[in-house]
Design a protein around this ligand. Sequence first.
Ligand code: NAD
Length: 260
Amino acid sequence: MKRFEDKVVLITGGASGLGYASALQVAKEGAKLSLVDLNGEALEKAKNDILAEVPDAEILTITADVADEEAVKNYVKETVSAYKKIDSFFNNAGIEGKQNETENYGSDEFEKVVAINLNGVFYGMKHVLKVMKEQEHGSVVNTASVGGIRGVGNQSGYSASKHGVVGLTRNSGVEYGQYGVSIKAIAPGAIMTPMVEGSLKQMGGDDWEAAGEEFVKANPMKRFGKPEEIGYLVAFLLSDQAGFINAAVIPIDGGQSYKY
Ligand code: NAD
């Protein structure tokens, strides 16, 4: 199936984890990619890894901090000047932040997590939606989290930012449907990426793999999700096939967020 022939897909946090897996999936289906990440070195590696699997892929890489609105304006401008349009946008870059109870959650940490996870998603939507409104079509997928629809604990900044992403998705989805633009969010559970490895290390230290085994016992599927499983969902949501899914938040967590 080649759902992205002649389509331009912009992805933030494209150098690793969920962003990379989604980039690879849409590249396999013909997408022209614009990959944004703070880590320029990882971005070049991601580009080479995709080219190793999809040799004729067109890939623009842009090193940028999504928490900086000027940098966001610039990644949108560079993408449009290279490809003339943006069909699909995976607004995904994010961090977890240091875990701690609310009273001990650092205020600097809170601001940092919110700046990247929430402001970054807002800036991305603000500047990409302008382009999509003019071209009268487009799809946006924002990365929320189960931490954006449920209480997880020890994650004030993460929780506030991801609940905020859900709010932005619903608000803008209601605004932009009339212009042929759909906006949705995904709410992943624990998917094994460098971010989740870091999270388990915060919980279990050197024994993080044992902490991981303990962690997944609560999941109905008894396992972590795989990045490629996110890639399949995101590719569908970014494609024209999902054009009538709007302002919706889709959990992908093995059923854990529905468990009593
Ligand atoms: P990851 O650490 O593997 O990848 C995140 C990427 O974002 C990295 O390449 C990093 O360099 C980049 N990034 C970080 N800060 C940035 C910034 N300020 N500007 C630009 N790029 C930046 O993590 P992941 O697990 O793939 O997470 C991706 C998204 O998915 C995040 O928003 C995260 O909160 C969300 N999420 C992940 C999980 C999970 O279990 N892995 C679950 C729910 C939600």
